[in-house]
Design a protein around this ligand. Structure first.
Ligand code: ATP
Length: 301
């Protein structure tokens, strides 16, 4: 478990992280979401022990992280601009990683390089941006550390590659209780992988919640009323988050459980009524507005 207590980080006059409290549980994918400049990289770099907090504490499985080799064995950090030594090849990087991470799995790494068609003896300098990111992720996975801290790593990967990487994470979570912590400014990128979402805004934590719990309390539905005069009364009974209409078809995002929402429509004659799956973006808008933010101004698409 990673525990963050009253954490702050200032860069001169800029307060990048402000008195942040957060717990990151094991065995699940934690998505750290926020707009550009929200403080994601600063937070991840502090968790990785690269940056020293201005105040506050971070522990990984009970160990303080800053300047502590024992804590650093527990995770691998993949920054948004992965660094490779000059003239390095995938093969030479694997040797360097193995020297630092005792559990580094050379055999699996060689297998994954072949699966992803990355040439082991080619200079990494000549790889494309996406290939460099793939390589960084594969190196990180093969360290076999319990936690993997990933800063915008899916950027620059095509959708097929993204899915392949996500399957590898799932496999490692199943096999060895890997806990990935993924920072991104893109809600859609994290949609199908995260179990828990932490949303950072201006250096503060706007919300931190299980995606499944969020989904239980927000519903999206489409409907057509037999008699449009019923609409006003129904809308008045719903906790409306969003409402749009095209002709007589209404699309609503409302707060409440599925059964509560269905009960409102129970005795209203409908031509069409369907509850639909919600996107992470829709859930986020509802949750963040509930704590007083006009998220339409915050969201990055
Ligand atoms: N080395 C630095 N010196 C001064 N200010 C910095 C430094 N690094 C970050 N900041 C500032 O701290 C704030 C948070 O930046 P950070 O890079 O952590 O955000 P982010 O959420 O990762 O953004 P992005 O999605 O754009 O990468 C910003 O206001 C940024 O300008």
């Amino acid at each position: 478990m990673i525990e963050i207590d009253a954490l702050s980080k200032d860069y001169g006059q800029t307060e990048a992280i402000k008195n942040l409290n957060l717990t990151i549980e094991e065995d699940r994918v934690f998505g750290l979401i926020g707009t550009n400049g929200a403080g994601k990289s600063t937070l991840l770099r502090m968790i990785a022990g690269i940056l020293r907090p201005t105040s506050g504490h971070i522990t990984i499985d009970g160990l303080p992280v800053y300047d502590n080799p024992a804590a650093k064995k527990k995770f691998c950090f993949i920054p948004d601009d992965p660094y490779f030594f000059p003239n390095a090849t995938a093969e030479s990087m694997a040797r360097d990683y193995a020297a630092v991470y005792q559990e580094f799995d050379q055999e699996r790494f060689a297998r994954l390089l072949a699966d992803f068609r990355l040439e082991p003896k080619r200079r990494i300098h000549d790889y494309s941006k996406g290939m460099k990111r793939q390589l960084a992720i594969l190196l990180g996975l093969c360290t076999n550390t319990k936690y993997l801290l990933l800063d915008e790593v899916f950027d620059g990967l095509d959708p097929v590659m993204r899915q392949s990487m996500k399957s590898l994470f799932a496999e490692d979570m199943d096999r060895r209780q890997l806990t990935p912590i993924i920072a991104s400014h893109n809600l859609r990128e994290l949609e199908d992988i995260c179990d828990h979402i932490g949303f950072l805004h201006s250096g503060g934590l706007l919300l931190s919640e299980d995606l499944a719990d969020m989904k239980l309390e927000i519903q999206k539905l489409q409907c057509v009323f037999k008699d449009d005069r019923d609409m006003e009364e129904v809308l008045g009974k719903l906790k409306l988050v969003d409402h749009s209409s095209r002709g007589r078809l209404h699309t609503l995002v409302v707060r409440g459980s599925r059964s509560e929402v269905e009960a409102v429509f129970d005795h209203v004659p409908m031509t069409f009524f369907e509850i639909l799956p919600l996107t992470l973006e829709e859930i986020f808008i509802a949750e963040a507005e509930a704590v007083g933010y006009d998220t339409r101004k915050l969201i990055l698409k």
